[in-house]
Structures are given as structure tokens and as C-alpha cells.
Ligand binder design. Structure first.
Ligand code: ATP
Ligand code: MG
Ligand code: MG
Length: 420
């Protein structure tokens, strides 16, 4: 992908926008871009620099993404609405072409990384609640105030405002930014704290070559324990990112939207969609945070495809789809017969959400019921019946705080004991 029309290769210390931004380390990448931690010499802060691939279709996608991000920034001068902030944008010419670049506020790890960090064990509901509050604030803003559908909500596209590994957070760890291209120096340590794990070995070798001696690197070691990690002290505020697939509700351009596991039934059936597709993805995300498992992970099988399996999984959890809805989409005939039964998957094993949370995930009954009462209406097969983000924000489940405090404290104590 590092060829004409593709990614722009970046070295630590590279300058952008006439020297204003200096690349520090890679933060991530996607199908469209690489994202770098950069130091903004004008404001003396760290920012995330998203450098788009250069080919025409990527440039057009970036123009669209910038338009939506700009509208989101304009409508939220106080930056309190839980969507990532666009700071600047510019073009950068490189050997692979001209790349549109977005400068975004620097955020922390994605919720996907948080789920992995927690070893797919699921998080305390108190933490899930805090995260849900932020996501819903972001969605309410996008839907009601901006008229935008995100179309790709999932754990990967929600970033914490803080980082899990504090040592990797340049702001909190107080590391000095790299202001020029680093020559690996004699002691070889100054810039190494900023280098990603993968690059460490290479950097170490280079440093040893120059200095003629072995170089030690201060790194974080992962504790090999099977218990849940202690997430105390991690602020669960987060923001919605990646507006690359977002659209104006009155100017939709794609039929097939959303990442498979978070895709709403009306998208599969092609019966038209609106804001409530994001609500469906939100419910899938909330479940995943609480349990560590994806809510729906469809697979193709003997004589049926992924779509049909997906519809079957939905009905096993939520009950039979009303016939009118089942047969109402442009693609309904591919999956349903005229009675509204699946064509190839005939026997469904019903396992409602509250029972699933109790039986499989061992949640206490009361907690499971409350959580299921919050989530189930959001997964109504009828898109118009789903509560809006604004309505969800009023739900009692989100406002249950004091009652669970004592449980939380007990949870923390047992964590401390297990981890020694
Ligand atoms: P996709 O294929 O998902 O559309 P993309 O090329 O549009 O990818 P993003 O999803 O915007 O790129 O970003 C890729 C990754 O970069 C993210 O998953 C995240 O790890 C990191 N990242 C993006 N924005 C930020 C930010 N503001 N702060 C910190 N890290 C970020
Ligand atoms: Mg993404
Ligand atoms: Mg994208």
C-alpha cells in the first residue's frame, strides 16, 4: 500500500504543514489512512495526524469526512459533545502523490483495545454505564443537532479520552516531544520511550551498533494473570471517531453500511434506514463492553449465507421478526418465505437477552434484567420504534449510580486481593 495512490510513508521527526506538525509515533491505521501522534509546535500540544492515501477516491472520501467533522466542530464550540474535534486540515505532497491530512485532537485507546486489555472478560456495569453515557451524548448530538448518521459505530471507532498505558501517554508521562529527526544517540534512550513496541528491537539494534554496546530499554511488561484487570482510575470518558462513513440523513449515498456484526436488520433487508441504525450498533457495542463477546457474530454454513445466519441470531435473541418487517425489504425474498419464516434456517433456539446475561455471563438477576430492559427496546425490529439517543439518555439504567457504589467498592477490593 506504500505506492502511488497509497499511504504516505512517515519517519519520526518528519515535518508537516510548513513545519507546524512534527511526527512522533504511529497511533494506528485503517483502510484509508495512517494516523500519527504529532507535536503541534504552534500550540505546544500533541495532536493526531490522519494522513489519507492519495488516490482520487481516497481524497474524495477525505473531503467528505472533513466536511462532516467541520460541521461537528462548528456546532460544538465548547467541545463537550463527545465527538472527535477537527483542528486543522491541509494537503501534503509526497512521493506517492498528494495526501489530504486531518489534524484531530489526540485521544487514547479504542474501546476495542480496552476490551482486549480486559481479556475479553467484560467490564463492570458501572464502567459500561459511563461509556454508554458518552456514546449517547455523541449520537444525540450527531442525530438531533447535526442531522448526521455515523453508519459505522463499533468499539474500534470509539476512543477513550485517556490512555490505558499511562507510560505511552506523552501528556501524562511528561515526555519531551521529538522536535527534530532523531539520530539515535550514544545512550540510546531519549527517544525510545516514544517508540512502539514493534519498533523497539530494531531501534535497539541500531542504537547498539552506533554506541558499540548493549542498550537497555525501559518498557512495560504485561502481567500474565487470568483475572480481570483493574480499571480503577481510568476515566471512562470517550468520543466517537472515524466520520469516514458518516452521512447526512437527507443525503445518503450507500445501501450497504456498517460493519457486519453491528449491522441493523433493515440494512441487511434493504428496507431503508435512518438514525436508528446507529442505535442498533450502540446496543451491540454496549453488550460487548459488558460481556467481552460480540452480540452477533454470524457465519455462513451449510446451505445458508452470513446474512441469513445473522437474521437467525437476531431472532433467537429478540424473538420472531414481525412478518410485515421480514417481507418488507428489497432483499427480503432472498431470506424469508411469504409467511415470514427464514428459508434455510428452520429451527431457532430462542435465548432472550436477560437469560443470556444470567445463564452464560453470570450476571446477578436484577442487574441482568435492568441491563436487558435498557438494551432490548433499542433492538426493536421496527426502526421507528427504537428509542432515540436523547430518549436513551433519560433511561433509568443510565442514572443508576449511587445504588451500585457499594458493589463497586467490593469489586475493587477483591481485584486487589487477586492481583496481590
Ligand atoms: P477505517 O478503515 O476504520 O475507516 P481510517 O483509515 O478511516 O480507518 P481511523 O479509523 O480514523 O482511520 O483511524 C485509524 C486508527 O487510528 C484508529 O483506529 C485509532 O487507533 C487511531 N486514531 C484515529 N484517530 C485518533 C485520534 N484522534 N487520537 C488517537 N488515535 C487515533
Ligand atoms: Mg476506523
Ligand atoms: Mg474511516
Amino acid at each position: 500500500s506504500y505506492r502511488k495512490g497509497g499511504y504516505h510513508a512517515v519517519r519520526i521527526g518528519d515535518q508537516f504543514a510548513g513545519g507546524r506538525y512534527i511526527a512522533q509515533r504511529k497511533l494506528g491505521w485503517g483502510q484509508f489512512s495512517t494516523v500519527w501522534l504529532a507535536y503541534d509546535t504552534r500550540t505546544s500540544t500533541y495532536v493526531a495526524l490522519k494522513i489519507q492515501k492519495s488516490a482520487l477516491q481516497f481524497a474524495q472520501a477525505a473531503i467528505h469526512e472533513i466536511e462532516l467533522l467541520q460541521a461537528a466542530a462548528d456546532g460544538d464550540p465548547e467541545n463537550t459533545k463527545c465527538v472527535v474535534r477537527l483542528i486543522d486540515d491541509f494537503k501534503h505532497a509526497g512521493p506517492n502523490g498528494q495526501h489530504l491530512c486531518m489534524v484531530l485532537e489526540f485521544l487514547g485507546d479504542s474501546l476495542l483495545r480496552l476490551i482486549k486489555y480486559n481479556r475479553y472478560k467484560g467490564m463492570e456495569l458501572g464502567k459500561v454505564r459511563e461509556i454508554c453515557q458518552c456514546i449517547l451524548t455523541g449520537l444525540d448530538y450527531m442525530h438531533r443537532e447535526l442531522g448526521m448518521i455515523h453508519s459505522d459505530l463499533k468499539p474500534e471507532n470509539i476512543l477513550l479520552c485517556s490512555t490505558i498505558d499511562l507510560a505511552k501517554d506523552p501528556i501524562r508521562s511528561g515526555l519531551t516531544p521529538i522536535l527534530e529527526k532523531p539520530e539515535v544517540n550514544q545512550n540510546g534512550t531519549a527517544t525510545m520511550n516514544l517508540i512502539e513496541k514493534k519498533l523497539k528491537r530494531r531501534a535497539k539494534r541500531a542504537a547498539a551498533k552506533i554506541s558499540g554496546r548493549r542498550v537497555s530499554i525501559v518498557g512495560l511488561s504485561e502481567t500474565p494473570t487470568k483475572t480481570k484487570r483493574n480499571l480503577d482510575g481510568i476515566d471512562m470518558r470517550c468520543k466517537v471517531v472515524d466520520f469516514g462513513n458518516a452521512c447526512w440523513a437527507d443525503n445518503k449515498f450507500a445501501e450497504e453500511i456498517q460493519t457486519r456484526q453491528y449491522r441493523a436488520p433493515e440494512v441487511i433487508l434493504q428496507s431503508g434506514y435512518s438514525f436508528s441504525v446507529d442505535m442498533w450498533s450502540f446496543a451491540c457495542t454496549a453488550f460487548e463492553l459488558a460481556t467481552g463477546d460480540m452480540l452477533f457474530a454470524p457465519k455462513d454454513g451449510n446451505g445458508y449465507g452470513e446474512d441469513e445466519d445473522h437474521l437467525a441470531l437476531m431472532m433467537e435473541l429478540l424473538g420472531k421478526m414481525p412478518r410485515k418487517i421480514a417481507i418488507g425489504g428489497a432483499r427480503s425474498k432472498d431470506y424469508f418465505d411469504r409467511h415470514g419464516d427464514l428459508k434455510r434456517i428452520r429451527r431457532l433456539k430462542y435465548w432472550p437477552l436477560d437469560r443470556l446475561l444470567i445463564d452464560k455471563y453470570k450476571l446477578p438477576e436484577a442487574e441482568a434484567r435492568e441491563f436487558a430492559d435498557f438494551l432490548c427496546p433499542i433492538m426493536d425490529f421496527s426502526p421507528e420504534k427504537r428509542p432515540t439517543a436523547q430518549q436513551c439518555l433519560q433511561h433509568p439504567w443510565l442514572n443508576l449510580t449511587t445504588q451500585n457504589n457499594e458493589n463497586d467498592i467490593e469489586g475493587q477490593m477483591s481485584n486487589l486481593q487477586v492481583e496481590g
